[in-house]
Write a protein that binds this ligand. Structure first.
Ligand code: TXA
Ligand code: MG
Length: 313
């Protein structure tokens, strides 16, 4: 922890585990450190970063809290956890992390180590997922190593990420909350809390996306990826299949062509293994990946969002 803190205080990058995916962290208020994140990832410079804080009481240090949002009640419901909120920036301290935008994205991650590093160093940490831009998010320290080896001084190995998909991003700056990216917190829980909520993550060709990250190629393996319902799957020798246990039970495809990714009756198990399964499939000697299509309830919405974007890679 002191090594991580010292490096961060010196303006270096450190990869840290969170409950969602590994983050590539830097001092959120240090423009030179932020620049290193963009360089290490090869990230387009107009794509802003989420700023992580150890406690909700720090929101008012960086953001203007609108009257309609009871931040303490909000935080007691969702934080620490996989939900990122967008609020108007309070001052210029996060201009670099926010890529010059007027709003800041804030989150308290549910990772003790990550939060302790912030408390120990006294820093808020900007952290995108610790993968190369466009690639699949890392859910283990080995994934980070394969993307970041030689580019950053420290990767903290905290094992596999519990959630396995990135946080949900919502803009709460006006009365009606807008979802900019589906993620670890499902629509049902958000509707329960916010009532009416707008889904603003389907990017249309005519409008600039509210979250710049939505317009870039993302989550993509290098092999072509197709999504297919299990009933319509046909066995082909050049294909590796990503299947739930239920689908494989029915299909009985050869074991060496199948990567099991959790079970249909527990979509969280699919979410937590999704990126690791895609990375593994991508490393095998096949010509394409076919992944089972899944229901969009709960975290299924985020799973299908990642898969459909990956399949357009
Ligand atoms: O779970 C997560 O959110 C992980 C962990 C490390 O916290 N982080 C993560 O960061 O997924 P990243 O950079 O891979 O994705 C952040 C998304 C991007 O789509 C970005 O465009 C959007 O959030 N975003 C960040 N700041 C924003 C801002 N100020 N305005 C609009 N969108 C923003
Ligand atoms: Mg990312």
């Amino acid at each position: 922890m002191s090594l991580a803190s010292d490096l961060l205080l010196a303006g270096e990058l450190v990869a840290l585990p969170t409950e969602t995916v590994y983050g590539l962290a830097a001092d959120a208020t240090n423009p030179q450190a932020i620049k290193k994140i963009y360089q290490a990832k090869g990230r387009p410079s107009d794509n802003p970063l989420i700023v992580h804080i150890p406690h909700y009481s720090m929101v008012e240090q960086f953001a203007l809290i609108p009257n309609h949002l009871d931040i303490s009640h909000f935080a007691s419901t969702f934080w620490p956890g996989p939900l990122t909120i967008l609020l108007p920036k309070k001052n210029h301290s996060l201009d670099s992390a926010c890529a010059g935008l007027q709003k800041v994205a804030l989150r308290v991650p549910d990772s003790q180590f990550f939060c302790q590093v912030m408390l120990h160093s006294g820093l808020a940490l900007a952290a995108p997922s610790a993968n190369l831009s466009g690639s699949m998010s890392p859910t283990s320290a080995n994934h980070v190593l394969s993307d970041m080896d030689g580019k950053i001084p420290l990767i903290v190995n905290g094992g596999e990420c519990r959630v396995g998909l990135e946080s949900t991003v919502i803009d709460v700056s006006s009365q009606t909350a807008r979802i900019l990216r589906p993620g670890g917190i499902g629509l049902d829980k958000l509707k329960e809390y916010f009532g009416d909520i707008v889904c603003a993550f389907e990017v249309s060709k005519n409008h600039a996306p509210e979250s710049p990250g939505q317009k870039y190629r993302h989550y993509a393996p290098s092999l072509p990826l197709k999504i297919c319902s299990s009933e319509h799957m046909v066995l082909s020798p050049d294909t590796v299949y990503l299947l739930t246990a239920e689908a494989q039970e029915q299909l009985q495809f050869p074991k060496d062509q199948v990567i099991l990714m959790g079970t249909l009756n527990n979509l969280s198990s699919v979410a937590s293994s999704l990126f690791a399964s895609l990375r593994l499939a991508d490393s095998m000697k096949f010509k394409q990946i076919v992944c089972e299509s899944l229901p969009t309830e709960g975290i299924g919405l985020a799973i299908m969002n990642r898969l459909s974007r990956a399949s357009k890679g």
